[in-house]
Write a protein that binds this ligand. Sequence first.
Ligand SMILES: NC(=O)c1ccc[n+]([C@@H]2O[C@H](COP(=O)([O-])OP(=O)(O)OC[C@H]3O[C@@H](n4cnc5c(N)ncnc54)[C@H](O)[C@@H]3O)[C@@H](O)[C@H]2O)c1
Length: 417
Amino acid sequence: MQTLKLGIIGAGFVAKFHARAIAQVRNIQIAGITSRPREGAEALAKLVRKHGLGESVVYSNIAEMANHVDAVAIFAPNFARIEIVEEIVHAVQRGANLKGIICEKPLARNMPEARRMIELVDSVSLKTAYFENQVFMKPIRAQLAQLAPQQKIMGSLLLTRSSEEHGGPHAAWFWDPTRQGGGVLSDMGCHSIAVGWYTLTPPDKPPMFLEPVSVSADCALLKWGLPQWRTQLLEKFGVDYTKTPAEDFTTGIITYRNPESGQRVKAQFTNSWMFDKQGLRLFMDGMGPGYAFEINSLNSPLQIFIGDIAAEAAANSELALEKATASRGLLSVQPNEADLYGYPDEIEDAVAAFDAGTDALLSWRYGLEITKLVMAAYLSAERQQTIDLTDPGNQKELETYVPLIQQGKGREVLYVK
Ligand SMILES: NC(=O)c1ccc[n+]([C@@H]2O[C@H](COP(=O)([O-])OP(=O)(O)OC[C@H]3O[C@@H](n4cnc5c(N)ncnc54)[C@H](O)[C@@H]3O)[C@@H](O)[C@H]2O)c1
């Protein structure tokens, strides 16, 4: 297999996480980085070179970088997706020889944007990878392998529950529903919906095998709508939740149908930005007839204790865990978070797929289906009704639907005192 020269677009939080993951993957190097503003790219490039992960030349724009790399990865904010893909496609039309294109979750903020993303890559026949790391988590894959005989003999999993929660995002644009696409449902619901769908899918079937039948969801603004907390948001990030609120809690249930057996199965999701505990927690469990699994990312083999007297020495609590909220007491430490969350595995999959000239396991078309499920969840919460996805009228409506929260009209559906 040839070494894939990757060009990274965006040099923030997730780009750094991917650099840590790439250190654990063979046949890939970070050949180029471009970002707006450029300073972030210079800092990341330094880190990449220090760890011997690639040449990481800093380019001033995408067009320039596209001529020197084999594939590009979009690690920039959600609101910049379309203009970035337009630039990439333009570069390919002018002769850049790209094998593939990667996009971090979510693919888009709504269906018109998702359709435009697909239309653009299809116009130049680019192979795609939609980065949903949780589908690649080793604990998820290990339970599937371990329970394969049970799935075969007793029958498939019937119910999964997936959640991702932390205390709130690190950058202002995530909090702004118009730029990000909504609140926690758009940001993290896409993870839990994807991993729930994948977990229920019989192990020998492709990721879109189970047919989504209906979605029922609820969204609420709980903690970050309280006066003292929304003042904090305004002061720290310049986002005013009295004017343009977003949900900090969501939960819902999606029903799927096995097209071969007709069996119906259910995936519940819960996400919040108000998890005032140790840091990021991923929780997944599943029930089959006569068997079950459970995953909790806060259960680490490593715990450390830092007493008050020694706490001043702890410079960076996030060294222990993503979104960690404490730097003293009994701390749960994940020594290899990138691996725990599935980043090296999703990168490996994309490298192998692009080398073979195919889409990754999760293509952008799959990302589009996740966007549709997220939109159906917003529609359900707005209407306080279950959305029947077998109804052609609902399918048509979802194609143009933009949630009120995303439009900046969250006051109409979220309670703000
Ligand atoms: N898989 C995961 O668990 C996970 C975790 C975090 C973020 N993400 C996703 O990754 C993406 C980036 O998130 P982040 O946390 O790194 O955000 P961030 O704000 O930390 O970093 C974004 C980077 O993009 C740059 N940028 C902004 N506009 C740009 C543009 N038009 N062109 C090029 N670069 C631009 C910024 O300067 C910054 O370097 C988001 O879509 C987010 O949903 C995924």
